[in-house]
Design a protein around this ligand. Structure first.
Ligand code: BGC
Length: 865
C-alpha cells in the first residue's frame, strides 16, 4: 500500500492547476493498494518549507481521517513554495508506509502590489468588440537565475510571452469572476525562458471585462473601458539575491493585430503584427507609452483551481459543400473551443473567414440559435507562410465550421478543432451494453466539459454563456461525480456570496442574482431583480452536493452565511414557510417542460408554487444537516422551519385522496424524493407517477426541476419497468431522442431539433446545456448502484437495479479515497464485482435482497435474479 494524490484545499498541485489561497490549507491523500479491509490508524505529515534544507516532520496523529485534515505546520507565507509528503499506518500494520513522493505546492500572492497599466491616452472604446493592447518591457539579467516566477492578472483577457515564447498553453485568463470584489491572478514558473537579454510581452483582449457581454444586446465596457495588465516577475539568482520586474509606466504599449469578442469571434489582421514584439532588441518605433490605471476591484486573489487548457485537438470527419455552395467542415462532435490552421500560404491581404454553428438546418449552418453572437473568426494574411494560427480571447460552441476561402488556400481536411475546458480530471464514468445510453452519458460528459470554462456556464455558443445559478444547482451532484470540479465550483460559490454582498440593500437583502458573476445588474433588465426557487437555491444546493461528494466541511463553513442570508431573504407568506408569489415577478418552476410552448418556457404543466415550495423544503432539509456540522445552535431553528414548510406544503398541494394538485411527473417525483410525503403516500404517489408515465408512452413530462428526480422516484417506489422504459425511450420527448437524432451533447430543450430536422422556433435553443443531463446521476446511482452513504464516499452503497434490455453495466468513480467500481452482468445469474478503496467500506445489496458489509478490496458476488 502507498500514499498518493496529495491535495491541499482539494487542489491537486501542478503547473496551471492554480495556487493556494489559504495559509493553513487542509490536506488530503489517497492510500492505494491491494490490501483487504485496510483502515488507516495513524498518519504523519512532513513539510519542507522553501528556505529549509530539511523536512519538518510533524508528530504522527492517531486518526482514520485521510481527507481534509488540519494543516500541521506554521502559517504559510505569500508566494511560498513547499514540499509535502505523507505516510500512514493501518490498523493491522506494525509500521508506517514509505513516505509518499513529495508534492511541490505553491501559495498564491496574498498581497498585490503591481500596478495596472493601460495604453496611454487611449480613447474610450465604443465598439462591440475591442482591439487588443500589446505591452512590452525589455530587461537584462547579469547573474545566473535559479528561479523565476511570473504573477499576472488583467482587466480583460491576457496572454504573456517571454522572449517570444508563451509562458503556458492556457486560455482566457484571468477568467470571469465577480470583478468588483474578486479578480484572480495566475502564476507561471518561467525559469527556463530567461536569458541574459530579455523581453516580456503581454497582450490583453477585451473579454468579459470590457467586451460585449450579455443577452438582448448586452453591453460593452461593463467593468471598465481599459484593457490593462498587472504583473510581477520575481527572479531569484543563484547567489541568493532577488529582483522583481513589475508593470509600471516605463512599459511600452500599442494596439495589436487581434480584435476579439467572446461572442463575435476574432478579426485578426496579420499586417498589424508587430515583429518581435515580445523579444529583446526589437524596434521600439510605433510603440507608445503606458499609463497607470485604477482598476476597481476589492481584492486580487490566487486562482485556486485549474486554468482553461486545450483538452484535445480533433480533426474533421467530413468536409462538404452545402446546397448554397458553402464549404463546411464537420468535426463530428459538438465541442467548445476554436479552429486552428497550420502551414498555410497566401498573398498579402487575402482573407479567410470561419463561421461556427452547432447544427445544420436544410443543409446550411444553423446560426439562428446563436442570436446576436456572430461566432465568426477572420484572418487576413500579410503574405507568405503561416505556421499556425488560432483565435485568442474568444471561444465558440460548434460542430460545424463554414470556411470562406475564395482561392482555396486552406485544405479543410487539415484543420483542427482545439477543445478547451477548465482542466478538470474526469473521475466518473459509466458504460453498459446499450450503445444509446453510453452515448447519452458521453453527451453529458461533453456538455459538462464544454460549459465549465472558468465557471459553470449555461451554454457555450449564443450571446449568453453565463453562470445561470439554477442550471448548476440541479446539475451539481452529477458534475461532482463526473469531474474533479470542486475547486472551480468553490471559486464560483465565493462569487455567489460576493454578489449577495453587492445586493445588501436590495428589497430582499443578500439575495443572490440569477446569474453569477452578475452583469445583469448593469443592464436595467427585468431579469435583474428576478428571484426564483432552484436558481437562488444554488446557495444551499451546490455546497451541499460538493460536501457530500468530498466530505470537506470547509465548503459548508465558508458558504454558511451565504446560505443563511438566502433563507432569510426568501419572500415568505405571512405565518407560513412558503414562497409569497405576490412579491416576486415569476417563479421559473419546472422550466422548459415539454408542454411549454417554444416562446414561453415557463408555462409548465406543474404548478410553479408547488415546485418552489418543494425546493424550499429541500434546502431547509439540507440546512438541518449543514447547521449540525457548522453551527449546531441553529439546528433547532432549521428543523422548525423545515417541519413548518412540510406542513404548509401538504396543506397547500396535497389532496385528501393522496394526489397532488398537479397530477404530473414532476409533482410526484419531487413529493417522493424530497421527503414531503409519508410512507403510504409515497407508495400512492409512486403508483400515480408510474401510471402517468405509462399513459404518456414512457415519454418525458418534466423540465429542469423534475428531470433529475423522475427516474429516481420510479426506481425508489419499485416501478423498475417504467423507469427503464422511460430511460430507454427514443421517441420525443425523451433522453434518447436527441441521441438517436445524432446529438453529441445534451440539449437545452427536449426538442431543440424537431423531428422534421428544423430547429425549435424558440429564440432560446441551445444544443449544449448540461441541465437535463442530470439523469446521469440515476445511471450512476441506480443502474450502476453507487450511492454515497457517508460524505466523501467514506462509506458507500452498491445496489444495482438491473433491468430493461441491459445485461451488463460498469460505473466507476475515482473518489476522495480512491477508485470505486461496480461492474455487473446478467446471464442465467446476476454477477457483480465491486472495488472498495482502502480506508472505506461499502454495503453491497444484491437484487435478491442479500446484504454484505465489506471493507477495501475486490469483491465478487452472484445471485439469482
Ligand atoms: C439559460 C438557462 C437559464 C434560464 C433562466 C436561459 O437563457 O440558458 O439555462 O437557467 O435562462 O431562466
Amino acid at each position: 500500500m502507498h500514499v498518493t494524490d496529495l491535495k491541499l484545499d482539494l487542489l491537486s498541485p501542478g503547473p496551471c492547476n492554480g495556487t493556494l489561497g489559504s495559509t493553513k490549507p487542509v490536506v488530503s491523500w489517497k492510500v492505494v493498494g491491494d490490501e483487504q479491509n485496510w483502515y488507516q490508524s495513524d498518519y504523519q505529515l512532513r513539510i519542507r518549507y522553501e528556505d529549509d534544507s530539511e523536512y519538518t516532520v510533524f508528530p504522527s496523529e492517531t486518526s482514520s481521517e485521510s481527507q481534509n485534515v488540519n494543516w500541521p505546520g506554521r502559517e504559510l507565507k505569500s508566494k511560498e513554495e513547499f514540499l509535502i509528503s505523507c505516510r500512514v499506518k493501518g490498523t493491522k500494520d506494525d509500521q508506517f508506509s514509505e513516505w509518499s513522493d513529495p508534492v511541490k505546492c505553491q501559495v498564491g500572492s496574498l498581497e498585490w502590489k503591481a500596478s495596472f497599466i493601460a495604453l496611454e491616452h487611449q480613447a474610450r472604446e465604443e465598439r462591440s468588440t475591442a482591439t487588443e493592447t500589446l505591452f512590452r518591457k525589455q530587461f537584462s539579467v547579469s547573474k545566473t537565475v535559479s528561479r523565476a516566477k511570473l504573477w499576472c492578472t488583467a482587466a480583460g483577457i491576457y496572454e504573456v510571452e517571454i522572449n517570444g515564447q508563451r509562458v503556458a498553453e492556457d486560455f482566457l485568463n484571468p477568467g470571469f469572476t465577480t470583478y468588483e470584489k474578486r479578480l484572480l491572478h495566475q502564476m507561471y514558473d518561467v525559469t527556463n525562458l530567461l536569458s541574459l537579454e530579455n523581453a516580456i510581452g503581454a497582450r490583453v483582449g477585451a473579454g468579459w471585462y470590457s467586451g460585449k457581454f450579455g443577452f438582448d444586446g448586452g453591453m460593452t465596457n461593463i467593468y471598465g473601458d481599459k484593457r490593462a495588465i498587472s504583473l510581477v516577475l520575481d527572479i531569484r539568482y543563484e547567489d541568493g539575491t532577488e529582483e522583481s520586474i513589475a508593470t509600471d509606466n516605463t512599459w511600452n504599449a500599442r494596439i495589436g493585430p487581434s480584435v476579439a469578442g467572446l461572442y463575435d469571434g476574432e478579426f485578426y489582421d496579420a499586417n498589424a503584427e508587430v515583429d518581435g514584439w515580445s523579444e529583446p532588441g526589437a524596434d521600439s518605433s510605433g510603440w507608445g507609452g503606458s499609463e497607470i490605471v485604477d482598476i476597481k476591484t476589492e481584492a486580487i486573489l490566487p486562482q485556486s483551481f485549474p486554468h482553461v487548457t486545450a483538452q484535445r485537438k480533433i480533426v474533421p470527419v467530413e468536409c462538404f459543400v452545402t446546397p448554397s455552395g458553402k464549404t463546411v467542415v464537420d468535426f463530428g462532435e459538438n465541442i467548445v473551443g476554436f479552429v486552428e490552421f497550420l502551414n498555410v500560404s497566401a498573398p498579402k491581404g487575402y482573407k479567410v473567414t470561419f463561421k461556427h454553428a452547432e447544427v445544420l438546418e436544410n443543409g446550411e449552418l444553423g446560426v439562428r440559435p446563436l442570436r446576436e453572437a456572430k461566432c465568426t473568426d477572420v484572418y487576413i494574411f500579410k503574405g507568405g507562410h503561416v505556421k499556425q494560427h488560432h483565435p485568442r480571447f474568444t471561444f465558440h460552441g460548434f460542430r460545424y465550421c463554414q470556411i470562406e476561402d475564395p482561392d482555396s488556400v486552406i485544405d479543410p481536411h487539415l484543420l483542427k478543432a482545439v477543445v478547451i475546458s477548465t482542466n478538470m480530471k474526469q473521475i466518473g464514468d459509466f458504460s453498459c451494453d446499450n450503445a444509446l445510453l453510453n452515448q447519452l452519458h458521453s453527451n453529458v460528459v461533453r456538455s459538462s466539459r464544454g460549459n465549465f470554462i472558468t465557471l459553470p456556464m449555461d451554454c457555450p455558443q449564443r450571446d449568453e454563456r453565463m453562470g445561470w445559478t439554477g442550471d448548476i444547482a440541479l446539475f451539481g451532484q452529477t458534475a461532482a461525480f463526473l469531474f474533479d470540479c470542486l475547486p472551480m465550483l468553490c471559486n464560483w460559490l465565493q462569487d455567489v456570496w460576493a454578489e449577495q454582498q453587492l445586493r445588501a440593500d436590495r428589497e430582499f437583502p443578500y439575495s443572490p442574482p440569477v446569474t453569477v458573476p452578475d452583469v445583469i445588474k448593469y443592464m436595467k433588465h427585468f431579469w435583474d431583480p428576478q428571484m426564483s426557487a432552484i436558481w437562488q437555491d444554488c446557495t444551499v444546493m451546490v455546497p451541499k452536493k460538493l460536501y457530500d461528494a468530498t466530505g470537506d466541511v470547509t465548503i459548508l463553513k465558508r458558504q454558511y452565511e451565504s446560505m443563511e442570508r438566502w433563507i432569510e431573504a426568501i419572500p415568505k407568506l405571512p405565518e407560513q414557510v412558503r414562497w409569497d408569489k405576490s412579491r416576486i415577478f415569476m417563479q421559473l418552476g419546472d422550466w422548459l417542460d415539454p408542454s411549454a410552448p417554444p416562446e414561453n418556457p415557463v408555462k409548465a404543466m406543474t404548478d410553479s408554487g408547488l415546485v418552489a415550495d418543494a425546493f424550499l423544503f429541500l434546502i431547509l432539509t439540507y440546512m438541518v444537516d449543514i447547521s449540525a456540522k457548522v453551527q449546531p445552535a441553529d439546528v433547532e431553528k432549521y428543523r422548525k422551519l423545515q417541519e413548518r414548510c412540510r406542513h404548509d406544503f401538504r396543506a397547500a398541494y396535497l389532496l385528501p385522496n393522496g394526489n397532488l394538485i398537479s397530477h404530473t411527473q414532476t409533482a410526484y417525483s419531487l413529493g417522493i424524493c424530497f421527503g414531503l410525503l409519508s410512507e403510504p403516500e409515497i407508495e400512492h404517489a409512486g403508483q400515480q407517477l408510474a401510471a402517468i408515465v405509462a399513459q404518456n408512452d414512457f415519454k418525458i413530462g418534466t423540465g429542469f426541476a423534475g428531470t433529475p428526480f423522475v427516474t429516481k422516484a420510479l426506481f425508489g417506489t419499485g416501478h423498475l419497468r417504467e423507469a427503464y422504459a422511460m430511460l430507454l425511450q427514443t421517441k420525443c420527448p425523451s433522453w434518447l431522442y436527441p441521441v438517436v437524432s445524432g446529438a453529441t451533447t445534451v440539449w437545452e430543450r427536449w426538442d431543440s431539433m424537431k423531428e422534421d430536422g428544423s430547429i425549435n422556433p424558440g429564440e432560446m435553443t441551445s444544443f449544449n446545456h448540461y441541465a437535463l443531463g442530470a439523469v446521469a446521476t440515476t445511471m450512476h446511482e441506480v443502474l450502476g448502484g453507487v450511492q454515497i452513504a457517508l460524505p466523501g464516499y467514506k462509506k458507500f452503497i452498491v445496489r444495482p437495479e438491473p433491468g430493461g434490455d441491459i445485461t451488463q453495466c460498469t460505473v466507476s468513480h475515482d473518489g476522495p479515497y480512491g477508485m470505486i467500481r461496480s461492474e455487473w452482468k446478467v446471464d442465467q445469474q446476476f454477477h457483480l464485482e465491486v472495488t472498495v478503496p482502502l480506508n472505506t467500506s461499502a454495503e453491497v445489496i444484491l437484487p435478491n435482497g442479500s446484504r454484505h458489509t465489506v471493507g477495501s478490496g475486490h469483491h465478487v458476488y452472484e445471485c439469482d435474479l
